[in-house]
Design a protein around this ligand. Structure first.
Ligand code: ADP
Ligand code: MG
Length: 489
């Protein structure tokens, strides 16, 4: 049974078979047009709005670098100040706990010449009940998955005698890092509501679970997924300065000069640089929001928090659309004389659904019709299907454009500090996440916003590079860089 911890948590996936009950409406002589017009107006993110968001985020980044809690963006120190060089050698593991899945990976690194000699990975989806269970349950599940994967190690993978298997642990939730291999969970996000982890060192949680499973491995690097993505991309390309995740949730990190971090006390590394994990999902200033966003936020397990994430990331886009469609059904007779009951179930409409609907190019919008039928149990007219697409596009366009503004906020921060060293040359933004990967329209809106904000000339120098699963290899590379064993290079 699921514990009753927040409606958002227990409703992440639709449960039960299809239900086709309809609540009958009393007044059918109404239209959806005013609702759509109002929505489009409130969600509009024209250039001045984007500029305002980008500038406010840049200012917030600076405030967060001065002192912890100085801004909405936490600007967390990653303790990663040595980026991969290509010299890394040996067998390393990575474990990635994201929003939907956890992935395990092993990689055999062969130094400058051979680079990645072999790699293998497995992906396990996280059962619904574990997202709302206890910390021990979740970490035991992860350790068990890792143990099963490690048992299958063979072939090209080889651990030198006397060495312990080392792991780069990618953990995609806000952590207050205390060293490269320890960090305390600040809070769960993305619908997780696991009891007993907040305030604890997540590496210790994993180590204890591995001990319980009798698994002899150690975590050498705890990295955020953005940091893993940056490290993985930088291994191949020295122009990578920023990494962004647009998946279930969203976040970004970048390479910062230590001199530009007033809150950094203690020793500076020889490189003089470090990676800052912005935790930009917490941003909220100047965003164009609607009643649907406010209602969704109020019903969430973290009201008032992660507003930028709730506006632009994959976990929420489908849900915002569902809320709009429900209002249109109730007050604008979108689906005729009745309101499909299933449409009132939070999170029944997911981002992959709205993506599939927007990618329906057939004349009668067949796929839109069948998605609405499958998801909400509703028969729809062609007119209604067209409205549904308009709603999806409105929400997705706002999300993509605001994500573009976030990317520009980081680039302009680095550029301002380096007197034009960013915009004057090729700069790469490493991108990962299922939303960016699969949602063509969303991706286009991200690019359009970046180009509008930077202008055509400068934006030619900014390369947004999709680095699928780069964060896994990145974490393994960072485990290697922070290995407790002697480097043989
Ligand atoms: P995570 O963020 O959990 O680490 P991913 O980066 O793989 O995982 O992103 C998964 C998210 O990407 C899903 O929650 C969903 O919002 C989005 N997504 C996945 N597939 C699609 C799709 N086909 N179309 C649109 N969005 C998708
Ligand atoms: Mg991820």
């Amino acid at each position: 049974m699921l514990p009753a911890v927040g409606s958002l948590c227990i409703s992440r996936t639709p449960r039960g078979g299809p239900r086709f009950t309809m609540a009958v409406r009393s007044n059918v002589n109404v239209s959806v047009a005013p609702i759509l017009t109002k929505l489009q107006k409130e969600c509009a993110a024209p250039l001045p709005v984007l500029r305002n968001v980008a500038d406010a985020m840049t200012a917030d980044m600076r405030a967060g670098l001065v002192v912890d809690g100085g801004g909405e963006l936490k600007m967390i120190l990653s303790y990663v100040d040595a980026l991969p060089t290509g010299n890394e050698r040996g067998l390393f593991y990575a474990l990635d706990l994201g929003g939907t899945n956890f992935r395990v990976l092993r990689v055999q690194l062969g130094g400058q010449e051979e680079r990645v000699q072999a790699t293998e990975f497995e992906q396990v989806s996280i059962p619904q009940e574990l997202m709302c269970g206890t910390s021990e349950e979740l970490f035991d599940f992860i350790a068990t998955g890792l143990a099963k994967f490690a048992e299958k190690e063979a072939g090209k993978f080889h651990l030198p005698q006397g060495r312990q298997r080392e792991i780069g642990f990618t953990f995609s939730f806000p952590v207050k890092q205390t060293s490269i291999d320890s960090g305390v969970l600040i809070k769960w996000t993305k619908g997780f509501s696991v009891s007993g982890t907040a305030g604890k060192d997540v590496v210790a949680c994993l180590n204890e679970a591995m001990e319980r499973q009798g698994l002899d491995m150690r975590v050498s690097a705890l990295v955020n997924d953005t940091v893993g993505t940056l490290a993985g991309a930088r291994y191949w390309d020295e122009d990578v300065m920023v990494a962004v995740i647009l998946g279930t949730g969203t976040n970004a990190c970048y390479v910062e000069q230590m001199d530009a971090i007033p809150k950094l006390q203690g020793n500076k590394s020889p490189s003089g640089r470090t990676i800052i994990n912005t935790e930009w999902g917490a941003f909220s200033k100047g965003l164009p929001l609607t009643e649907f966003d406010r209602d969704m936020d109020a019903a969430s397990i973290n009201p008032g928090e992660q507003i930028y994430e709730k506006t632009i990331s994959g976990m929420y886009l489908g849900e915002i659309v569902r809320r709009v469609l429900l209002k249109m059904a109730e007050e604008g007779a979108l689906f005729g004389n009745s309101v499909p009951e299933k449409l009132s179930m939070p999170f029944v409409l997911r981002t992959p659904h709205i993506c599939a609907m927007q990618q329906d190019y057939s004349e009668d919008l067949q796929a839109v019709g069948s998605t609405l039928y499958d998801v909400a149990g509703v028969e729809s007219s062609l007119k209604a299907r067209k409205v549904v697409i308009e709603v999806c596009d409105t929400i997705v366009k706002r999300g993509g454009r605001l994500a573009g503004a976030g990317i520009v906020s980081i680039l302009q921060k680095i550029d301002e500090d380096s007197n034009g060293a960013i915009f004057g040359k090729r700069t790469v933004v490493a991108m990962d996440g299922g939303l960016y990967e699969h949602y063509t329209q969303y991706r286009r809106y991200v690019h359009e916003a970046v180009t509008e904000l930077l202008g055509t000339e400068i934006s030619k120098n900014v390369v947004i590079e999709h680095t699928k699963d780069g964060s896994g290899i990145g974490a393994a590379l960072l485990a290697s860089a922070n290995s407790k064993f002697d480097h043989d290079y």
